[in-house]
Design a protein around this ligand. Structure first.
Ligand code: NAD
Length: 434
């Protein structure tokens, strides 16, 4: 089977490369010429473990190709995936202009039956909208089907998530389209991946409901962390005991500085917006968004308060810039909020991240970028762990203490043992623990 993926970002590239690995012939399209030029040489434009090998292998074996020519890609494909971005608008709703643009392009170039699949996260009703756009822009009548097939991969473990998903969701109107999608995903059928086959609107909503529930779990434990601090309880133990309850489960119950990234913040906002438009109150999702913002503010205030509200001229070292480990993605990263707030208070900042420094330089060109955690610690008054990269879990804390000018240690991912750090002479601050 030949398929086309329109939009070769995190999701499009992983999807394309993994389908090629399944033996499908894949053409990945992007309008970004530089990106396509690099990909043709096997250069991955972002950091994602394991992806480079798959891209290079499938390029070599001619199952994967990259182009800026959407017309050619559509022509030779039976299935066309839309994987372009759906960033938030100022009011929180999803911006669908890239999806609309691609739908028009597909219509213009469609000469035979196609299955058109949205992989992008799109609000309920988008499938229908795409259908209307295509009908309106077709040059001559051609049969086609619309499918919603939301993606649940996580940056940092995207390849594994795509190859071994918890489930595949397919929303479609026609048996023919469902059969083609099942055929495409056959290797996952063979490993007994659960398939949820449903209508398009339900499928679109599943993705938003999932991300909003995950965001709610994080915000819930973060609110409990604030209460733990107020009453002298330990949030890690609370979360562990809660997670042992089979009805709750242990995942997404780690207190920290809150969620960021390209999905949870934007998808929660977009869901609230869709509900508002329909006159439905989603008070829990709204509260999860607010609690997330409060957690950032509360923890950043801990840094400022530790300097008696006078952080001007003090040097703060930041470890971790990406919104989570194993990615270079800094979209909505809590680190950006901390840096922005401390810069406004005229603090000096030294930072290090194993993958996300280049992206951060585009936003904050004037802070100090260091080559490792120890250079960050050198002469700093405070050290803040923002992202729980493995590299930060086993630091030589004694060496750090000797290099630092001050003794303030903020562990916003609760990765160190408070007693051990305090024994070394640090003032240790964490989240919901004592
Ligand atoms: P991205 O910004 O990394 O990639 C989008 C790509 O689409 C860009 O390379 C852009 O140049 C390209 N593009 C835009 N308009 C185009 C056009 N007209 N023709 C061809 N290419 C075009 O975005 P992403 O992170 O891959 O996200 C894509 C979608 O997948 C979003 O809806 C997102 O919510 C969803 N999603 C993302 C993740 C994730 O972890 N990143 C996970 C699940 C779902």
């Amino acid at each position: 089977m030949h398929i086309a993926i329109i939009g070769t970002g995190y999701v499009g590239l992983v999807t394309g490369a993994c389908f090629a690995e399944f033996g499908v012939f894949v053409t990945c399209v992007d309008k970004d010429q530089e990106k396509i030029k690099k990909l043709k040489k096997g250069i991955i434009p972002f950091f994602e473990p394991g992806l480079e090998d798959i891209v290079k292998r499938n390029l070599k074996e001619n199952r994967l190709k990259f182009t800026t020519r959407i017309d050619e890609a559509i022509n030779e494909s039976l299935v066309v995936f839309i994987a372009v971005g759906t960033p938030p608008r100022g009011d929180g709703s999803a911006n669908l202009e890239y999806v609309e643009e691609v739908a028009k392009e597909i219509a213009k170039n469609m000469k035979s039956y196609k299955v058109i699949v949205t992989k992008s996260t799109v609000p309920v009703g988008t499938g229908l909208m795409i259908k209307e756009i295509i009908k309106k822009n077709l040059e001559k009548p051609v049969e086609f089907d619309i499918v919603s097939n939301p993606e649940f991969l996580r940056e940092g473990s995207a390849v594994e998530d795509f190859m071994r998903p918890n489930r595949v969701v397919i929303g479609a109107e026609s048996e023919q389209a469902i059969a083609i999608m099942k055929d495409l995903y056959r290797p996952l059928y063979l490993i007994e991946t659960p398939f949820v086959i449903t209508d398009i609107a339900t499928s679109e909503l599943i993705k938003y409901a999932t991300n909003s529930f995950l965001a709610t779990k994080i915000s819930f434990i973060n609110e409990i962390s604030a209460l733990c601090e107020a009453v002298g309880a330990n949030v890690n133990t609370v979360a562990k005991a809660m997670g042992l309850d089979g009805r709750i489960g242990p995942k997404f119950l780690h207190a920290g500085i809150g969620f960021g990234g390209s999905c949870l913040p934007k998808d929660t906002m977009a869901l609230v917006k869709v509900a508002e438009e329909k006159g439905v109150e989603l008070s829990i999702v709204k509260a999860a968004i607010e609690a997330n913002q409060r957690q950032r503010e509360r923890l950043t205030a801990k840094i400022i308060n530790a300097f008696d509200n006078n952080i001007q001229g003090k040097t703060v070292g930041i470890l971790g810039l990406s919104f989570k480990p194993n990615t270079d993605d800094i979209r909505e990263s809590p680190a950006l909020y901390i840096i922005h707030t401390l810069l406004n208070k005229k603090a000096l900042l030294k930072v290090y991240d194993p993958a996300a420094m280049e992206n951060t330089k585009n936003i904050f060109p004037d802070i100090i970028y260091c080559s490792d955690p120890y250079s960050v610690a050198k002469n700093s008054d405070a050290l803040v762990i923002v992202t729980e990269w493995n590299q930060f879990r086993n630091l030589d804390i004694e060496k750090i203490k000797n290099l630092m000018k001050g003794n303030l240690f903020f562990d916003f991912r609760n990765i160190y043992d408070p007693q051990k750090i305090r024994q070394l002479g640090f003032k240790y601050f964490c989240v919901g623990r004592y």
